[in-house]
Design a protein around this ligand. Structure first.
Ligand code: AMP
Length: 127
């Protein structure tokens, strides 16, 4: 079944310049900006510029150039924020929520980069 992309989602509006954002990094295929409700001292959202609903959609249908650009941008942001555990940083967590069970609020692929504090265990018991 084909993925249905809703171009009225808030990140699509950010990409069209209809809503402001606090940009951290921008490349040909990728935009990264600060989360409006940060859950950690570093909380950045990385999104592809293309219309992808969630991670599997992107992984299956994006071009190699888009995937490489997206992945490298995440790496560059981790480096810029000095989060890399292998290079003296304190580490970070990547999260990409997808669909109902993943509790995805915005239906445009985004990877959260969280860092700057101890983040606790990966999952807590659901409500
Ligand atoms: P998720 O639950 O994974 O879909 O996360 C959506 C994230 O988008 C949440 O962390 C929100 O705080 C964030 N968010 C929603 N609207 C905006 C916005 N206009 N600018 C930046 N972040 C936003």
């Amino acid at each position: 079944m084909a993925y249905a992309y809703d171009d009225q989602n808030i990140f699509a509006k950010i990409l069209r310049g209809e809503i402001p954002n606090n940009t951290v990094m921008e490349t040909d295929h990728t935009l990264a900006f600060n989360d409006i409700m940060p859950q950690a001292p570093n909380h950045i959202l990385v999104i592809p510029k293309g219309p992808y609903v969630c991670y599997d959609h992107f992984a299956l249908e994006a071009s190699d150039a888009e995937i490489a650009d997206f992945t490298r941008t995440i790496g560059k942001i981790c480096a810029e924020l000095e989060l890399q555990p292998g290079a003296g940083g304190d580490g970070y967590r990547l999260i990409s929520n997808a669909g109902e069970n993943g509790v995805q609020e915005v239906p445009h692929l985004h990877v959260h980069i969280l860092g700057g504090r101890w983040l606790g265990r990966m999952l807590q018991k659901a409500d």
